[in-house]
Design a protein around this ligand. Structure first.
Ligand code: NAD
Ligand code: ZN
Length: 357
């Protein structure tokens, strides 16, 4: 038995207003003539948060368009642009949801690794540590702040750059930054965390390490999403920690059916991670009966819209493309269904599931 020895985020600061410490946190990381680059989710263009970023010298804010999930081409272009403009940089700071944080991680790695980010989609392919990187979530749920991956859509697949060089050097968890997230978006991203917990806790790879984080994150999600409740600052505080704990849970286990199926949707149709997981979760009671029933209750309690019929009218070729991407996620299926998963989740069965979505 080989136990995974995994790299974690090096520094964590948590608390309302902790964003104000950013200048102080970054000071020791600054190198002469190498600016800090702030990737900021385009939602914050012209918003007060942008004025609170501690710019010094040649530091630069780059507003990143996250209408679509990060692509390897986008990562390569950003790294090229920074190398051309500055040679090197002191660090990359990602301020936004999972998409912006993933972009920051990936561009940090591509500042020092040759070739294209597409070359590193997979497990432990990254050769050199990237430049200093920090993540500052403005949405809670993905766990991207703690994970050892950055999920990218490349020319042939949607797959992360999973490596020991991928986790952030620093994260700043300031729940105040999530305050203005729209109800639906907050729910979709929050459910990413809920689904991480269900898939981790119900999976075959579960162990006490993952359980201890997963159970806590699950309990927080139930606390804040079950029942018709008013959203408060305390809910934001809690959800940020649920995201962290949910991420820690899957770090030592694995996700499952909802993620494996939703990867196919996102590869072919560009469906975003959070909402894609919700679309799938709505139809997989066969695998997670309790979790799906509770999920549906949360959808109803929070009056959330979950799209239906998104695979209507797709061609055989398109279904095949989704099925290929999904069945390629072997560890996820093995976690969910066991070693003989290929006998359970046949192409025909998966096709029937996609047709229901
Ligand atoms: P997101 O980053 O894609 O953002 C969703 C939308 O919310 C965007 O329109 C964005 O502009 C907006 N937004 C962000 N913060 C806001 C705020 N405070 N107020 C209002 N709007 C705000 O959403 P997400 O769900 O956080 O992240 C999904 C991405 O994370 C996907 O690309 C997925 O692949 C990735 N992901 C990565 C990991 C990982 O471990 N690296 C894990 C799960 C998901
Ligand atoms: Zn997820």
């Amino acid at each position: 038995m080989q136990f995974r020895n995994f790299k974690m985020v090096s520094y964590v600061v948590y608390g309302r207003g902790s964003f104000n410490q950013l200048d102080e946190i970054l000071a020791p990381q600054r190198k002469t003539d190498a600016p800090m680059i702030f990737f900021v989710d385009h939602f914050f263009e012209g918003k007060p948060l942008t004025n609170r970023i501690p710019l010094r010298g040649k530091d630069k804010i780059i507003l990143v368009d996250v209408t679509y999930e990060p692509k390897t081409t986008q990562v390569d272009a950003l790294a090229q642009q920074l190398k051309a403009e500055f040679g090197t940089v002191s660090g990359i700071i990602g301020i936004g949801g999972g998409s912006t944080m993933d972009l920051a991680k990936a561009v940090s790695l591509m500042m020092t690794n040759p070739g294209s980010s597409a070359d590193y989609q997979g497990w432990d392919l990254v050769k050199f540590p990237g430049v200093y990187k920090a993540g500052i979530p403005t949405l809670s749920g993905t766990g991207a702040e703690v994970s050892r991956t950055t999920v990218l859509t490349g020319p042939t697949r949607k797959l992360g750059m999973n490596s020991d060089f991928t986790p952030f050097d620093q994260i700043v968890l300031d729940p105040e930054l999530t305050k203005h997230a729209p109800t639906n978006q907050r729910f979709y991203t929050g459910m990413d965390c809920y689904i991480h917990c269900i898939e981790s806790l119900e999976g075959n790879f579960i162990n006490e390490f993952s359980k201890s984080y997963g159970e806590k994150a699950l309990q927080i999600c139930q606390d804040i999403f079950l029942g018709k409740k008013t959203w408060t600052d305390e809910s934001d505080d809690k959800l940020m920690m649920a995201s962290y704990a949910g991420g820690m849970s899957i770090a030592y286990s694995q996700v499952g059916v909802a993620h494996a199926v939703s990867y196919g949707l996102s590869y072919l149709l560009g469906t975003k991670h959070g909402i894609g997981n919700c679309i799938v979760m709505n139809h997989i009671e066969e695998f997670y009966p309790k979790g799906v029933a509770e999920f549906k209750q949360m959808v109803a309690d929070n009056d959330i819209f979950i799209p239906e019929g998104i695979c209507k009218g797709l061609s055989n070729q398109q279904f095949d493309a989704m099925i290929n991407v999904s069945l390629g996620m072997k560890p996820l299926w093995e976690n969910a269904l066991g070693k003989n998963w290929e006998q359970i989740m046949t192409r025909e069965k998966l096709r029937a599931l996609y047709e229901k979505l």
